[in-house]
Design a protein around this ligand. Sequence first.
Ligand SMILES: *[C@@H]1O[C@H](CO)[C@@H](O)[C@H](O)[C@H]1NC(C)=O
Length: 202
Amino acid sequence: MFAKIALSLLSVSAFAGSAIAAPFNPQTQSLNRRYTSFDSWGGLSSLSGFDNFYGSDNFSGEVSTQVIVQQQEVVCQSLSIEVIQQKLLVLQEMAKQIITEQICDVETQTIVFQQYISSSSSFSGDLMHTSGRSAGYDSSLVNYYSSLYNSDGSLSTSDLGFSGSSSGQSVVVPSGNNWNDATSPSSVQSAYQAAQNAISGN
Ligand SMILES: *[C@@H]1O[C@H](CO)[C@@H](O)[C@H](O)[C@H]1NC(C)=O
């Protein structure tokens, strides 16, 4: 009888002790905490320097100022939707290849992919003219596509030598699209809503 009580007291105090002494663990205690820094998050050395790219408290790296460069006029040309979908799928699979082949910590894979989705999604507001930015692309960054792979087809490991702040510094804005100030704000909103309904299955 006494042994049984002593044992349960012991386990209660051991539990209380561990609750008090437990070091802060971001992987279990992150639910209500807003992170401003991901440098070495969860003690992961693979996240060391994460914030240097866009700056701390700037997870999405949403571009605030664009520098428009228009050396020659770039005009959009219509192409089969299937060809467009093929190209975008290639880019998507390349992102998966980089994340799974060149990062070994699954937590880092998870965080960096969320950053990728989040920074890509701000482009919606550019297309719909709600972000204050123009709908275009950084022509300097696009030029690095050939540096992603070695000539034998494997992924390159070289430092490309730029940070997130390069993004938006050489923006080309193609012309020739059908944007109409009077009607497009509502038609792109309908288009966006129809796509959101398709995503959520409504
Ligand atoms: C976040 O990063 C982007 C890309 O470098 C930059 O344009 C923007 O100014 C940054 N925002 C803040 C609040 O630092």
